[in-house]
Structure formats: C-alpha cells, structure tokens
Design a protein around this ligand. Sequence first.
Ligand SMILES: [Zn+2]
Length: 338
Amino acid sequence: MIRMESSFSSSQIRASFPANRSCRKKDFGRKFPGFFNVKAASKLSKQRRPQNIEGEFYVDERCIDCDTCRWMAPVTQVFKRIDEQAAVYKQPLHGEERRKALQALLSCPTSSIHTESPPYDIQEVQRTFPIPIDGKKLPGVYYCGYHSEKSFGATSYLIVHPEGNIMVDSPRYTEHLAKRIEMLGGARYMFLTHRDDVADHAKWSRRLRCDRILHSLEVQIDTADVEMKLDGDGPWTVGPDFEIICTPGHTEGSSCLFYKPMKTLFTGDHIAARSDKSFSIFEMYNCDSVITQLDNVQKLLELDFLWILPGHGRRAEFKDTNEKNSALIHFLADKGHF
Ligand SMILES: [Zn+2]
C-alpha cells in the first residue's frame, strides 16, 4: 500500500464550501480545441455532419471539437478538423485504422462518433482499454479513454504500481472500463488534479474502493466527501515514487502528480503541449491568476521530468532535460515571464 507522508492531512470537511465554480465558461467554444461548450453541444443534433466523407464512420453535429479523436489516431488521419469541428476525413479500412477509430468512438465525450451499422468488433475494442501510453518507455502507465462531458472531455490515466495503482482524474464511468481496471489490480488512489476534471469520481471511488485525493482549495459540494484533502502548498509524497506538486494558477489548488522513476508529470490543466512539443496554458480559461500559473510553470524548470501527460491538450515526450527546459524557457519568454 502506498503511504502518504509528510504534511498530507485528511482535514475535516470545511464548514462552508466555495460556490460550485469551475473553469466552465459560457463562451467555451469550438475555437479552442481541448475545451467545449457542453450546453451548446446538448442542443445540437446527432445528425451526420455534411463535412464527413461518405462511408461507415461519421461525426455528428454535437461534436465540441475537443481534439480527442484527432490525437488518438494521429497517423491514420481518419479524423480532421473541418469548419471548427471534427469530421471523418478518411474512412478507416481495417486493422489498426479501424481499431483506433473505434477507440475514438468509445472515448468521445459527447458520443458524437457513429457507424452506420453496429460495429461487429466493438467488444474486442472495449477490451483494449485502458491503453498503454508507451509499453517500453512508460511501463504501467495507461490512458483510460472514455472522456466525460462533465470534465470538458478531460483525459484520465491509470498508473499500475506494485504498492497500489493510481487513477489520475476521472474518466466517464463505464463498467467495461471498471472491469478492465480491476483486472490490472484496481486502484488504491484517485488523484484529482483540480475541480474541473472530477467527472464520475464518486462512482469510481465506490466501485474500485479507492481513496480520492484533492487539494482542499478545489473541494466543492460534489467533492465534499473525498477521502484525502491536501492543505497548504506541499509537496506531498505518496510512497517513494510519487510526489504531488502544488501548481496553483489555473485554479487556486491545481496540483500535478510527478511519477519520479518514469520522469512523468501528470499536469491536469496546469500546462499542456501542442503537437510540436511547445507548451500551452489555456490562458483564456484561467480561473485564478495567469501570473501565478506562469510562476508555477517556471517552477517546472527544476523538476526532472521528460513526459507531460495533461488533462487537455496533447502529451509530449522530451528527449532530455535540456530540450524540456528550452521549450519551457521559450514559452515563458514568449509570455514575457522569464
Ligand atoms: Zn481546468
């Protein structure tokens, strides 16, 4: 079992909670892949977008341009962004292409990807989750898929670890995924990076009997009963291999999980990458302070990680510390913050 050490406290539930506030903005829209307008999506139809190429797979009008289908299947180019939403650009034919397209279908937060007839191999594809990120370089680190509308389509991960597995942020609850995670040893903890990406945390916690970890500044009515609340500015250790780093700015208590032996940082909405490995902080969706967020991006120069696995945006692997720090310095300089 992983033991929480140092200043971690399972503090009492606060007498009064902050208003149920999140980074959800009324104008979350299709102009910014990675976030979306849930309300707008629900009003739109499940009709096939005319921008899809003819054939079996299609994307409907409810797509919120979260970019998930595109980064899940980047090489196949099955999905492309056309007129500010996703569309099927090339029909997946077989094998790897079809598998990736069906993985995207299952993961789409608004269930906007469809097939004309029920896919004969959907159960086989369900069994591919959670998906290893990189079996050789990051053994035991999985991508959960099954994004949820409730967390603006945030990405969730599973870390399989001999002292207890850790889920990072919450995917949409589905029994298919729960069974697969159970086969990998379940989860001892669910680390929630911040208030926006909690989705179906309560269902997962009950089903897997895992303790949820969330900074107390992120606790709201629906997370009032999380088992472990972090107070102060850390860092907090979870056994010898993990460190929780407090990185406020996007929200007041946003935190990252640092998996030291794998040199991997799970960043939530603190920082993400673009496909060219440059950094991004989703400034227009900041809920606390951009300056504070940039201060805490600067702190990452001292942290020895090579991978970032974000809540939104694309993951990145840097070849060495030099490349990682150069990208950070370039980003900070561009923001006038270095
Ligand atoms: Zn957020």
